[in-house]
Ligand binder design. Structure first.
Ligand code: GLA
Length: 386
């Protein structure tokens, strides 16, 4: 937990609303391998990180009004419980979307006051939006004694993203924020929602995140478009294999026979997903058995698939991955999250991190005209009270 941030949220809450709040924390995430597989009923391998959203919650004086304050935007927003709809202001939607879901599911809540803040960089592919949604869902559950189970918190948070942010995301980010476990990754089967904690033993290596500082906007429809393209591929296969319901059930041979002749673009999208699921299964075994070099190679392959076949990379992400390919201290690297900007995830030898950053920073600046921001991610527990 970042005590300074929790204290600052408490202080902001007291300044705004005059009382002591309940404080909740919910983390951002990394994903070792398994990108754009979650909404295709595949596997993912995420972990919760030491960057998180903090929410302070308390009552509202009339029991009907919702008072929100964002530390990040230094901005207030106010509405009432019977007037919940998406707003053009952006940030309140991640709170209001959760409130809307709770209402739709018949949970009994009243007005409340809330401060939202944190250190998960926005638009960096570290899932700041899921962290807000999960923090808000857990805070409301705690404050109004709703006793919502962890899986339901995930589904509520995911649905909030669908309906109030307009991104038809999978379950990875919300699941990981809630279920994260210190020093472990989660191998999650996004079809059955069964999961396994796998110890993250990196033996002298660390997870280095390099933020391109290109802010992505997943809502900019490309994410939803990929989802549709995958669904189209499944529909074409299903005409010949009625048992097939998602890309999880599809083989490359099926794609060659039934999708390739119809549309090359849809074929490449689907092929990437089928290959990525295979990579995740063997990559997870690599992690379990300490074959870190093999895992690293798969991360590079994932990047190539995301960049060339799935087309969700950008020149800055490609630059940062290409720049480390021949570095001896780097086992593997790839773009992470939805894409179009944000971070690369790199497995880097601990004692070579500083030197690598010193080398990459100026080169990136010269080539792309932007700064990189580097973070070494520590793996932490999921959503909790502070
Ligand atoms: C975003 C979505 C996730 C997942 C990733 C890509 O983070 O929220 O559900 O699809 O992109 O793997």
């Amino acid at each position: 937990m970042n005590k300074a941030l929790a204290d600052s949220v408490r202080q902001k809450y007291v300044e705004q609303f005059g009382e002591e709040p309940l404080i909740v924390r919910s983390p951002g995430r990394v994903n070792i391998i398994g990108e754009h597989t979650d909404y295709n009923e595949g596997f993912v391998l995420p972990a919760a990180i030491d960057k998180a959203i903090y929410v302070g919650i308390g009552k509202s004086e009339d029991g009907k009004t919702i008072h929100l304050f964002s530390g990040e935007f230094n901005e207030a927003y106010q509405t009432t419980l019977d007037n919940i709809h998406p707003t053009e202001r952006g940030w309140p939607n991640y709170v209001l979307g959760v409130v809307d879901q709770l209402k739709k599911r018949g949970y009994s809540i009243k007005g409340f006051s809330m401060v939202v803040d944190g250190d998960v960089p926005i638009g960096a592919g570290l899932s700041s939006s899921a962290a807000v949604e999960c923090a808000v869902a857990f805070a409301l559950s705690q404050f109004f004694n709703l006793n919502i189970g962890k899986r339901d918190l995930d589904f509520i948070a995911q649905k909030a993203e669908h309906e109030f942010a307009g991104v038809l995301c999978g379950i990875m980010d919300q699941f990981d924020s809630v279920f994260g476990k210190k020093d472990h990754v989660i191998k999650l089967d996004c079809r059955s929602i069964e999961y396994e904690y796998v110890p993250l033993k990196l033996e002298g290596y660390k997870i280095l995140l390099l933020n391109t500082n290109v802010k992505h906007s997943l809502a900019s429809s490309e994410y939803n478009k990929r989802r549709q393209e995958c669904e189209q591929g499944v529909a074409w296969v299903k005409e010949h294999h009625p048992d097939v319901n998602s890309l999880r059930d599809v083989t490359k041979q099926m794609l060659d026979e039934h999708v390739k002749p119809k549309d090359d673009l849809v074929y490449r999208r689907c092929k990437y997903v089928v290959e990525e699921n295979e990579r995740l299964i063997t990559g997870c075994d690599d992690l379990k058995t300490g074959r870190l070099e093999a895992l690293g190679q798969k991360m590079f392959q994932t990047h190539d698939g995301l960049s060339k076949d799935y087309s969700v990379s950008c020149k800055e992400l490609d630059y940062l991955v290409d720049a480390v390919r021949s570095e001896e201290a780097v086992l593997g690297a790839r773009m992470m999250g939805g894409g179009f900007g944000g971070c690369t995830i790199n497995l880097v030898k601990e004692n070579a991190i500083d030197e690598l950053i010193q080398k990459l920073g100026p080169a990136y600046k010269q080539a792309m005209g932007k700064e990189i921001t580097a973070y070494v991610a520590q793996i932490e527990d999921g959503t909790s009270l502070c």
